[in-house]
Design a protein around this ligand. Structure first.
Ligand SMILES: *[C@@H]1O[C@H](CO)[C@@H](O)[C@H](O)[C@H]1NC(C)=O
Ligand SMILES: *[C@@H]1O[C@H](CO)[C@@H](O)[C@H](O)[C@H]1NC(C)=O
Ligand SMILES: *[C@@H]1O[C@H](CO)[C@@H](O)[C@H](O)[C@H]1NC(C)=O
Ligand SMILES: *[C@@H]1O[C@H](CO)[C@@H](O)[C@H](O)[C@H]1NC(C)=O
Ligand SMILES: *[C@@H]1O[C@H](CO)[C@@H](O)[C@H](O)[C@H]1NC(C)=O
Ligand SMILES: *[C@@H]1O[C@H](CO)[C@@H](O)[C@H](O)[C@H]1NC(C)=O
Ligand SMILES: *[C@@H]1O[C@H](CO)[C@@H](O)[C@H](O)[C@H]1NC(C)=O
Ligand SMILES: *[C@@H]1O[C@H](CO)[C@@H](O)[C@H](O)[C@H]1NC(C)=O
Ligand SMILES: CC(=O)N[C@H]1CO[C@H](CO)[C@@H](O)[C@@H]1O
Length: 643
C-alpha cells in the first residue's frame, strides 16, 4: 500500500517535470510585424546613449518581470520604451522572445522609434510618452489563410473572443487565455493589453480589435495587432501551459500542485538555482571591476583622459575615423608623435564599464599580426576611452563596396586579406590564452594597414568562452546580415557564429556587394544569390567586375577559379546547421589547400526571414566554372568535419 502511494507520488512528480519542461516550450519569437516611426531621430550623439540606456534598463526588468518600461533623457532626443511578453510565456521563453525583439528594434534606426509585434511579445520605442496610446496608424488584423470553418466554429469563436476581451480588461495583468471545445470544434485564444494601459482603455482597445478580428471568420483564426493590445484566436492550440500576470493558472499545473506539495520544492529549487546562477554571474562581473581597476591604473596600459583629449584635438569631428556600435573612433597624435586611434564609448554606466575593463584586460594580452593592437585605455575620466594602434587605410568596406577604390584591391590582395582574417580568427578561437568569440565580424571591422594587410578590430563584444559558452545572452549584439540564424533567434553563442559571419564576408569580398544594407530588407540577400548561382553553375557572374577589369583572359580564368572556390567555402561557412559549418582552422585549410576537393554545401543557408525551398540534390560534378578542386563530393562528411 505504502509503496503504491510512493509510486503514485513519483508518477505525479514525473508528470509535473514533463509539465515544467513544456513551460519552456515555445517562446513564439517569430516576427509578425515591424512598423518604424516616420520621423528621423533628431541628434545621433544625444539619442544613441539614451536608447542604449533604455534597452539596458528594460533588459534587466524583463528578466524578472516579463515586462519592462524605461525613460531616459529629455526633449527630442529622449528615449521612451516598453517591452512586454504575453501572459502565457514563462520567464525563460520571455527572455528569448525579448532577445529577438531587442535585435530587431535597432533596424528602425535612423527613424526615432518603432513597434514590434512578435508572436510572443511586444516592444515599442519612441521619443515621447506613448504609454497610454491604444490606437495608431499601423494597427492591423492578420487573418490565417485557411479553408472556411463550420458555422459552429464561427459561433464558438465569437463567444470565446468576447470572453477574452472581458477577462483581460478585468485582470491585473491585462491578460486572458482560453481553450474551449464544444462538440467537435475547438477554439484557442489569448488577449493582452500593455500593462501601462488602464482597464477601461484596455477594454476599448480589445473591443475595437475584436470587432475587426472577427471579420476573419469563417477562416480558422487571426491576430489583431493594435497600438495598445494584442488579440489572437485559432483552431489549433498555440498556448503555452504557463501563466503569469494575473491570468488563470493552467489546469495541469494546478492539479499537480494540489496533489503533491513536494512538487513545489522542485519548482522552488529549479527557480532558485536559476536566480542564483544569474546573481553569481552578476556578482562575478562586479567583482572583476573592483579587482582590475587598481591594476590597470598602475600599468602602462593607462592613459590619462587629458592626454587623449589633447591628442585628438578635443575629439575634433574632422579627425573622426568612424562610428561603431559601441562608440565613435577618432584619430589622435600623442605628445611623443605616435599616431593612435581613440574609441570613445557611448556608455559609461557600471555594467558596461565592467565589459570595458574586460576588453582592455583581455585584449592587451593578445598579439597577432592580423589583430589590431590595443594600446590601453583611459578608465577614470568622465568617459571611457580605448586606445588602439592607428591604421592609415581604414576599413575593408571603404574599398570593396566602392566602385573606384575596389580597383585598388586586386585578387591577390583580396586573397591575402581573406587568409589574414581567417588566421586572426583562428588565433582568437584556438591559440590565445583565453578563447574569444568575436561576435561582430564584418567588412567595417576589418582594418587595413599600409600594405593592405587585414587586421581585425573591435573586440568590444568579445567575451571569454568560460562565462558565456552556449549561454542565452539577453544582450544579443552583433550586426544583422552577418548574424547566424541560431544566434539571431536564440542568442546561442559558439565560435560557429564567427564562422558564419566570415562566410558572409567571403561572399562580399568576391562580389563587392554588401549582404544586406539597412532599409533594403526585402531585396534578395547576397547569400541567396550566391546559393542560387552555385546551384546553376554561374558563380562567375557574381565576381566583382571592378576587380576583373584589370586582368587579361588567361589570368581571368585563374582568378575566376579561385574566386569560385572562395564562394564555395563561404557557402560551407554559412550552412544553416552550425554543426556542419567548418571550424575556422578547417576553413583556413580549405582556402590554402587549393587543390583539395570540397564537399558541396549540404543544407541551404539561412535566408532572410522566410525559409526558401531549394533543390538540395543538385549535381555537384557539373560545376563547370570550378574546374578542379571545388567540385565533387569525394570526401565523406564524417571525415570532413572533425568532431
Ligand atoms: C547633439 O547633442 C550633443 C550632446 O548633447 C551636443 O553636444 C551637440 O551640439 C548636438 N548637435 C546638434 C547638431 O544639435
Ligand atoms: C529604469 O527605468 C525606470 C523608469 O524610467 C526607472 O524608474 C528605473 O530607476 C530605471 N532603472 C535603472 C536600473 O536604471
Ligand atoms: C521626436 O523627434 C522628432 C524628430 O526628430 C521631433 O520633431 C519631435 O519634436 C520629437 N518629439 C518630442 C516629444 O520631442
Ligand atoms: C500576415 O501574416 C503572414 C504570416 O505571418 C504574413 O506572411 C503576411 O504578410 C501577413 N499579412 C499582413 C497584411 O501583415
Ligand atoms: C464537425 O461536425 C460537423 C457536422 O457534424 C462537420 O460539418 C464538420 O466538418 C466537423 N468539423 C470537424 C473539424 O471535424
Ligand atoms: C484611463 O486612462 C484614460 C486616458 O489614458 C483616462 O482618460 C481615464 O480616466 C482612465 N480611466 C480610469 C478608470 O482611470
Ligand atoms: C475603433 O477605432 C476606430 C479607429 O481609431 C475608431 O474610429 C472607432 O471609433 C473605434 N471604435 C470603438 C468602438 O472604439
Ligand atoms: C497544454 O496542456 C494540455 C493538457 O492539459 C495539452 O493537451 C496541450 O497540448 C498543452 N499545450 C502545450 C502548448 O503544451
Ligand atoms: C586609399 C588609401 O588611403 N590608400 C593609402 C593606403 O596607405 C598607403 C600608405 O600609407 C597610402 O600611400 C595610400 O594612399
Amino acid at each position: 500500500m505504502r509503496t503504491r502511494s510512493v509510486l503514485v507520488a513519483l508518477v505525479l512528480q514525473l508528470l509535473l517535470l514533463c509539465a515544467s519542461t513544456t513551460i519552456m516550450a515555445d517562446p513564439r519569437s517569430n516576427t509578425l510585424f515591424v512598423s518604424c516611426s516616420k520621423d528621423l531621430e533628431h541628434n545621433t550623439t544625444a539619442y544613441v546613449p539614451n536608447f542604449l540606456n533604455t534597452m539596458d534598463n528594460i533588459s534587466n526588468q524583463v528578466r524578472t518581470d516579463q515586462f519592462g518600461l524605461s525613460v531616459k533623457g529629455s526633449g527630442p532626443d529622449s528615449s521612451y520604451a516598453l517591452a512586454q511578453c504575453y501572459g502565457d510565456l514563462s520567464t525563460l521563453d520571455c527572455v528569448l522572445c525579448y532577445a529577438e525583439a531587442r535585435t530587431l528594434l535597432p533596424q528602425c534606426f535612423p527613424f526615432n522609434g518603432g513597434r514590434l509585434f512578435l508572436d510572443g511579445c511586444f516592444m515599442r520605442g519612441e521619443n515621447y510618452s506613448f504609454f497610454d496610446e491604444i490606437y495608431g496608424w499601423p494597427d492591423r488584423i492578420n487573418c490565417t489563410n485557411s479553408a472556411p470553418k463550420s458555422s459552429a466554429f464561427a459561433a464558438l469563436a465569437r463567444q470565446v473572443v468576447g470572453r477574452l476581451v472581458m477577462d483581460a480588461s478585468g485582470s491585473s495583468g491585462r491578460f486572458s487565455r482560453a481553450a474551449v471545445t464544444a462538440g467537435n470544434e475547438s477554439v484557442y485564444g489569448l488577449a493582452n493589453c500593455w500593462r501601462t494601459v488602464n482597464a477601461s482603455r484596455c477594454r476599448e482597445c480589445l473591443t475595437n480589435a475584436s470587432a475587426a478580428l472577427l471579420g476573419c471568420l469563417p477562416n480558422s483564426g487571426g491576430r489583431a495587432m493594435y497600438t495598445g493590445c494584442f488579440l489572437r484566436f485559432s483552431d489549433t492550440d498555440f498556448l503555452n501551459n504557463y501563466s503569469n500576470g494575473g491570468g488563470k493558472v493552467s489546469k495541469a499545473v494546478l492539479i499537480a500542485a494540489v496533489v503533491s506539495t513536494t512538487s513545489f520544492a522542485i519548482i522552488a529549487i529549479v527557480i532558485g538555482t536559476y536566480l542564483w546562477k544569474q546573481k553569481k554571474i552578476a556578482d562575478k562581473r562586479k567583482a572583476s571591476v573592483e579587482k582590475i581597476e587598481p591594476k590597470l591604473l598602475n600599468s602602462n596600459l593607462h592613459f590619462t583622459y587629458s592626454a587623449l583629449e589633447k591628442a585628438t584635438g578635443n575629439f575634433n569631428s574632422n579627425d573622426k575615423l568612424g562610428q561603431g556600435g559601441f562608440g565613435t573612433v577618432y584619430k589622435g597624435v600623442l605628445a611623443d608623435g605616435r599616431e593612435i586611434a581613440v574609441k570613445r564609448l557611448f556608455f559609461n554606466n557600471r555594467h558596461r564599464v565592467a565589459d570595458f575593463y574586460n576588453e582592455v584586460n583581455m585584449i592587451s594580452s593578445i598579439e597577432h599580426k592580423n589583430l589590431v593592437r590595443l594600446l590601453g585605455c583611459s578608465c577614470n575620466g568622465p568617459e571611457s576611452l580605448l586606445v588602439y594602434e592607428y591604421l592609415p587605410n581604414k576599413s575593408l568596406d571603404g574599398f570593396i563596396f566602392d566602385p573606384v577604390r575596389a580597383r585598388q584591391l586586386n585578387w591577390e590582395k583580396r586573397m591575402d586579406i581573406i587568409v589574414g582574417t581567417a588566421e586572426g580568427l583562428v588565433y582568437l578561437h584556438e591559440n590565445s590564452v583565453i578563447k574569444i568569440i568575436h561576435r561582430d565580424i564584418k567588412a567595417s571591422n576589418i582594418l587595413l594597414d599600409s600594405k593592405f594587410r587585414a587586421k581585425i578590430s573591435d573586440f568590444g563584444l568579445a567575451r571569454s568562452f568560460e562565462e558565456d559558452k552556449s549561454h542565452i545572452s539577453t544582450a544579443v549584439a552583433g550586426t544583422l546580415g552577418y548574424m547566424s540564424p541560431e544566434y539571431l533567434a536564440h542568442g546561442l553563442l559558439t565560435e560557429k557564429v564567427d564562422v558564419y559571419s566570415f562566410g558572409v564576408l567571403l561572399l562580399e569580398i568576391v562580389s563587392g556587394v554588401q549582404n544586406r544594407k539597412a532599409g533594403e530588407e526585402y531585396t534578395e540577400s547576397l547569400l541567396t544569390t550566391a546559393w542560387k548561382r552555385f546551384q546553376s553553375d554561374t558563380v562567375h557572374e557574381m565576381i566583382d567586375t571592378n576587380m576583373m577589369a584589370a586582368y587579361n583572359t588567361h589570368d581571368r580564368y585563374t582568378v575566376t577559379r579561385e574566386a569560385c572556390r572562395v564562394v564555395h567555402v563561404g557557402l560551407l561557412c554559412t550552412q544553416e546547421a552550425s554543426a556542419l559549418r567548418p571550424s575556422m582552422k578547417r576553413a583556413l585549410e580549405m582556402l590554402l589547400r587549393r587543390d583539395e576537393s570540397l564537399a558541396p554545401p549540404s543544407h541551404p543557408p539561412f535566408m532572410d526571414e522566410t525559409r526558401m525551398e531549394f533543390n538540395d540534390n543538385f549535381d555537384s560534378s557539373s560545376c563547370l566554372v570550378c574546374p578542379s578542386g571545388s567540385s565533387g563530393a569525394s570526401i565523406s562528411h564524417s571525415s570532413f568535419y572533425p568532431r
